[in-house]
Design a protein around this ligand. Structure first.
Ligand SMILES: NC(=O)CC[C@H](N)C(=O)O
Length: 357
């Protein structure tokens, strides 16, 4: 069955359907350069309403391991690959990628030169796209007909912490499971609360620290949460990852902008300004904090992306407020940026470090 990928600029690619063959998808098209990790990528809630094109030419070859999903529902609109592996082979695999996408009602297209598509997106910039079963005649009208997805609503947790471990409350804007797991692996108890939670509710969980999660969309759409973030920062050690980082920046007066094309990959070099150390990071974002705007805030830059010089980390001197644009939880990608969690947890336990920060 043929499938049609049409971009807002009128270019069209034709390929073969996989995943949910009858479904259509529409939204912003992004390219992901990861050579592995397709399962973590398509289950990452930050890809809500985006079409993901993988530049790595063979996708699906090690199947689906149910333990590595980053969320239980898939927000991605469509998956675009060059070649879908005909069979998958790995001892942890329980399902093919094709079948997994069909189960979650996500359409796919294969047989696309995704490297040519990526060069095109790099030259023309980020834009909307449609994956359809028929050629698109009227782009705007077809786009309007394809429904947007929503993240599954999170139930409020009822249990309170029962141990002496540090207790981190994660404010959930579309959290990846790997963030909870990274904190638990470092001896923390974790409670995840919806992003709509009020300060009093968060306080009732007696947090040792707060983490603002990753999440989809434009950070400007979340400005209503800025007062809560300032209140949290004044009361608790506060960390932010990706969208959480952008929201901390906004809460303290900085602004964000849309990148010409996003950072979606596993080998983005980032330099930490304090030590000069360069780490390889997993990234998934289309927006970034404007460095000029930071000059007029109390924030300091702690990390820089070495490919394009964009801001990758912030801190608030004198307080434990720290954030990163990249993904220290990895999944997918290299784990060396996990030192961000170590640093945050260390600061929870050493308030005297704070006084000198
Ligand atoms: N992974 C994320 O949290 C992404 C943040 C934001 N949606 C962006 O695209 O920049």
């Amino acid at each position: 069955m043929q499938k049609y990928l049409t971009l807002a600029d009128g270019t069209q690619w034709i390929g073969t359907a996989f995943g949910d063959r009858s479904m259509t998808g529409a939204g912003q098209i992004v390219f992901n350069t990861g050579m592995t990790g397709y399962q973590e990528t398509v289950t990452d809630p930050s890809y809500l309403n985006q079409l993901i094109a993988f530049t790595y030419p063979l996708i699906g070859n090690y199947g689906i391991d149910p333990t590595v999903n980053q969320a239980t529902t898939l927000g991605t609109q469509a998956v675009i690959v060059h070649e879908l592996a005909d069979f998958s082979d790995h001892y942890t695999s329980r399902q093919t990628f094709d079948n997994f996408l069909a189960t979650h009602h996500v359409p796919g297209i294969q047989g696309i030169d995704t490297r040519e598509l990526t060069i095109h997106l790099r030259q023309t910039g980020t834009q909307a796209a449609i994956l359809s079963n028929q050629p698109v005649i009227d782009f705007g009208a077809t786009l309007a007909q394809i429904p947007l997805k929503q993240l599954a609503a999170q139930a409020l947790p009822t249990a309170l912490p029962t141990t002496q471990q540090p207790h981190i409350v994660i404010i959930d804007f579309g959290e990846k499971a790997a963030i909870t797991q990274a904190l638990q692996a470092r001896g923390c108890q974790v409670t995840v609360v919806p992003a709509t939670s009020r300060f009093n509710l968060i306080q009732a969980y007696h947090p040792t620290g707060i983490l603002l999660s990753n999440g989809p969309g434009n950070p400007n759409d979340y400005q209503a949460v800025s007062p809560l973030i300032r209140q949290l920062a004044a009361t608790y050690p506060l960390a932010g990852i990706c969208l959480g980082h952008q929201l901390i920046a906004q809460a303290f007066g900085a602004t964000t902008y849309q990148l010409p094309f996003g950072h979606h990959g596993l080998n983005h070099p980032v330099q930490l300004t304090a030590t000069g150390q360069v780490i390889m990071t997993s990234q998934n974002h289309d927006f970034a904090v404007d460095p000029q705007s930071i000059q007029h805030t109390p924030l300091q830059i702690t990390a820089i992306e070495l490919n394009d010089g964009s801001v990758e980390g912030l801190r608030l001197p004198g307080q434990t407020v720290m954030s990163v644009q990249f993904h220290p939880e990895a999944h997918p990608g290299p784990a060396e940026a996990g030192q961000f969690f170590d640093h945050f947890i260390q600061q929870l336990n050493q308030p005297e470090v704070l006084a000198n920060a």
